[in-house]
Design a protein around this ligand. Structure first.
Ligand code: SF4
Ligand code: SF4
Length: 472
């Protein structure tokens, strides 16, 4: 029985309810009267239900799909403007006891090289990332209580925050590690993490159990209920995601939106972010082995419908996607992207020889961070290295209320400009500097609040004369 307030995975992600929703969507996919009603509601920009989103996702009518795209673009513009927040993943260890059949780190993969960074190696990776200009990292690690216990993760976070190379510093560490206990989430909270990210992989329980045949991750309920434990442990900002390609995308989108509804119903705050990775080639993994892979058009539509369904949730796309796909989905709803990523353990200091292959997946967008930054500016976006909210205590419902009443723009916009100015001073190549200077001047004039505009201008000048780390 579906119950969004239940704390039991099988009740807040209810298989029968999802099946019912998918049948409903199929029946009504060309029901113009219903679709008009859903679009009218969506235009209020307060979100729509998973049932309504499923109908839009299934709708094959080209003219309606065009309107869905336009609305997604408007919502993106309204809540997130033209800023794109930058981050990079940092792989700490690929030791893993789980058996996930779609991931090269699975325990039985004997021909991948296993690596775990020492604290000294982490320091060097962080210096390499700081020298690129990154301020925000997502740390990644396999699940292995012997090799990667929580103490190792905590020590690594501490190391990362304490590296200050030249003008560099990592100001926000998001954490993507296996589902764990409330006590461990409390420890992560105390370590000062930003978002706790955990991909569900698939919401379909039977498929989940087959795709995770061995290891602690096999336990569907423990994995699915992890975000509730994280929130109980005091982590306000959690990031959801599925690995598209494992199950049917329609099922996964409904599952994702149900999960978001559950978090809102129980904790009063929905997910901070949703990631939309698609399965990719990697050592020992052939994406063709998974028959639910989705084409680029379907992927773009998914992004647009999620954007409409949960306007208050940031959306992330990684370097798993090509430059062309990233361009397309940036317009439709993506607010955060990675740049210059390496998906191997230790890959920032030294590109690893092919025979080692400790990467979790093949990167498709291989451009440097500076190339991505210049490209974003050419497309009319402001690359942002902002990390202000969690440092200012704007997390969870505090953050959401600022976002919902659209006040957050008074922070995001000037913060994007100030952090971009830092980037231009410290790390940018010639092209980015040439594009960035005029962009910042133009965007400063667009700040509507006179006091904020004045302060932002003063701060930009102070950054030019050597000061760093201003924020609203
Ligand atoms: Fe381990 Fe995560 Fe890969 Fe599964 S997906 S094998 S838990 S690293
Ligand atoms: Fe993100 Fe907050 Fe910075 Fe806006 S001000 S970009 S919401 S950290």
């Amino acid at each position: 029985m579906y119950n969004p307030k239940s704390m039991r995975a099988e009740e807040f992600i209810c298989h029968e309810e999802i099946e019912d929703v998918l049948a409903y969507a199929k029946e009504h996919r060309e029901d113009r009267a219903l679709i008009e009603e859903i679009l009218k509601k969506a235009e209020e920009m307060k979100g729509i239900s998973y049932r309504e989103a499923a109908v839009l996702l299934d709708c094959p009518i080209p003219e309606i799909n065009e309107r869905i795209n336009l609305l997604a673009k408007r919502i993106k513009q309204e809540f997130y403007g033209n800023r794109i927040v930058m981050f990079a993943p940092l792989y700490l260890s690929n030791y893993c006891v789980n058996g996930c059949v779609y991931c090269p780190y699975h325990a039985k993969n004997g021909h991948i090289s296993r690596k775990k960074l020492t604290q000294e190696e982490i320091r060097n990776e962080v210096i390499a990332l700081q020298d690129m200009g990154h301020k925000r990292l997502a740390i990644e690690s396999g699940e292995d209580p012997v090799n990667n216990p929580i103490e190792y993760i905590l020590e690594s976070i501490d190391t990362i925050y304490n590296v200050h190379h030249k003008n560099g510093d990592i100001r926000r560490v998001n954490v993507n590690i296996a589902a764990t206990t409330v006590e461990n989430y409390k420890k992560l909270k105390d370590a000062g993490i930003g978002t706790y990210i955990l991909f569900q992989e698939t919401y379909h329980k039977d498929s989940y159990e087959k795709l995770h045949p061995t290891g602690p991750k096999h336990d569907y309920a423990y994995h699915t209920e992890a975000m509730d434990r994280a929130m109980e442990g005091g982590i306000d900002d959690v990031g959801l995601g599925v690995l598209f390609g494992l199950e049917t995308y329609r099922y996964e989108m409904v599952g994702l939106l149900m999960h978001a509804e559950h978090l809102e119903a129980v904790h009063g705050v929905g997910p901070h972010t949703i990631s939309v990775p698609r399965i990719r080639h990697a050592d020992d993994i052939d994406p063709a082995a998974f028959d639910n892979s989705i084409d680029d058009d379907t992927f773009a539509k998914l992004v647009a419908v999620i954007r409409i369904a949960v306007p208050y949730t940031g959306m992330i796309v990684s370097t798993r996607e090509s430059k062309a796909t990233r361009k397309r989905v940036l317009e439709l709803g993506i607010s955060q992207i990675s740049g210059g990523s390496r998906t191997s353990v230790g890959g920032y200091v030294e590109e690893e020889p092919e025979e080692d292959n400790s990467a979790q997946f093949d990167v498709i967008d291989n451009r440097t961070l500076d190339e991505v930054v210049a490209w974003l500016m050419e497309l009319g976006y402001i690359p942002s290295f902002c990390t202000a909210c969690y440092r200012a205590g704007r997390t969870g419902d505090r953050f959401m209320s600022l976002l919902k009443n659209r006040q957050i723009i008074n922070c995001c916009h000037p913060n994007a400009l100030m952090t971009l100015q830092e980037y231009l001073m410290d790390y940018a190549g010639e092209k980015s500097r040439a594009l960035g200077g005029p962009l910042i001047q133009k965007e400063l004039e667009r700040i509507t609040n006179p006091a904020v505009k004045q302060k932002a201008k003063e701060n930009i000048e102070a950054i030019k004369s050597g000061q760093r780390d201003f924020r609203f």
